[in-house]
Ligand binder design. Structure first.
Ligand code: PLP
Length: 385
């Protein structure tokens, strides 16, 4: 594998932290017991799984018994939305935003096709949703509002506190996809009245294939996978013990690194952003500059195809993204850019750099050194001009 790569695509996935690999290793080896077994070999594993549950809960201010391990953020989102639908049937009312990740967007649309009603709230040109966005909508106990904590493409952070409060006072249920926010901003469900929340391991330096769902005590938890009694009957199937241990470790690390993320990583991001906006012709920032994840910058380079920039960056050993990782491969501007009303000549040319604690000053120097040349060269070749 290429260790020379300058990896700036951490909103797509992250390197598994060495500490996480170390924590998981014994559970691929000698500690292979089944946590459900009654003998001590199983009991010891059960205690480690429960320790991991405490570590995940601690990252978001939850109680351990409010955490359910899943296979990924997508499953956690599905568990919340489809669970709500299973309980409320075609009388369910869903409200989401126009910029949700497909894990929420397509799940909500699937539910709509089965009779529920669905409203996708618009965002403004900076990708932000207004604090009073839900006020004009009818909300009652049959309403689930699902709004992401932070956007994967722009990093824009929604005012979840205010939005969740507005939903709760009117008797609705609130879910948030916190897959991108976890480990980058403070999340405390004791203060923010969300009922359900989704997390993913591979965005916070745990491996791919592990996630967690938070359900506030008292919120009905519907099972999508039936079978044994695991996860309190909410998600059957023998637990993925090594990955659960890894997620616990990653959550603890994320909590410890929150400060670094918001100081050192933010400073690297700001330096990159300022240099690109200054030195690359036709560059324009996408997303609300103030309320943004500290690791994310999304910039459009007028009239140049984002995909072409990516290929040139790749030749220089730099990994970034155009649109979101999930929409790469399609040459249509992403639904996020469209919802923001970004004109085509910019929407088509957006590049996202997303940093992590593993990035260094020299990574940023290198991008700043190569990008203006790439932009100039591609602009000369641009079919749009
Ligand atoms: N939600 C958001 C905001 C994401 O960015 C992603 C992944 O990119 C997901 C959900 C899906 O998470 P996972 O890849 O763990 O299924």
């Amino acid at each position: 594998m290429n260790n020379e790569i300058i990896y700036l695509d951490n909103n797509a996935t992250t390197r598994t932290a060495p500490e996480v690999i170390e924590a998981m290793a014994p559970f691929f080896g000698d500690n292979y017991g089944n946590p459900s077994s009654v003998y001590r070999f199983g009991g010891a594993i059960r205690r480690r799984v429960e320790r991991a549950r405490e570590q995940v809960a601690a990252l978001i201010g939850a109680e351990p018994d409010e955490i359910y391990f899943t296979s990924c953020g997508t499953e956690s989102d599905n568990m919340a939305l489809k669970g709500f639908f299973l309980e409320h049937g075609a009388g369910a009312r869903l409200i989401t935003s126009a910029v949700e990740h497909p894990a929420v967007r397509n799940t909500a649309r699937f539910i709509k096709e089965r009779g529920a009603s669905l409203t996708e709230l618009p965002v403004d040109g900076s990708g932000m949703i207004f604090e009073d966005a839900v006020d004009a909508h009818e909300i009652n106990r049959n309403t689930l509002v699902s709004l992401m904590w932070a956007n994967n493409e722009t990093g824009v952070i929604f005012p979840i506190d205010k939005l969740a409060q507005a939903v709760k006072v009117r008797g609705g249920v609130f879910h948030t996809d916190a897959v991108q926010a976890a480990g980058k901003v403070v999340i405390d469900v004791k203060k923010t009245p969300v009922d359900m929340l989704a997390l993913s391991g591979h965005k916070i330096h745990a491996p791919k294939g592990i996630g967690a769902a938070y359900f506030r005590a008292g919120t009905p938890v519907a099972s999508l996978i039936h079978g044994g009694h695991q996860e309190n009957g909410a998600r059957a199937g023998t637990e993925n013990v090594p990955y659960i241990i890894g997620l616990g470790c990653a959550c603890e690390l994320a909590a410890e690194r929150l400060e670094t993320e918001n100081t050192r990583v933010r400073a690297l991001r700001d330096r990159l952003e300022n240099a690109l906006l200054e030195r690359c012709g036709g560059a324009k920032l996408n997303g609300c500059p103030e309320n943004r994840l500290p690791n994310t910058v999304n910039i459009s380079f007028e009239n140049i195809e984002g995909e072409s920039i990516l290929l040139h960056l790749d030749e220089s050993g730099i990994a970034a993204a155009s649109g979101s990782a999930c929409t790469t491969g399609s040459l249509e501007p992403s639904h996020v850019m469209m919802a923001m009303g970004i004109p085509y000549k910019y929407a088509h040319s957006s590049i996202r750099f997303s940093l992590s604690v593993y990035n260094t000053d020299s990574d940023i120097d290198r991008v700043i050194a190569v990008m203006p040349g790439i932009v100039d060269k591609l602009r000369e070749l641009s079919p749009f001009i």
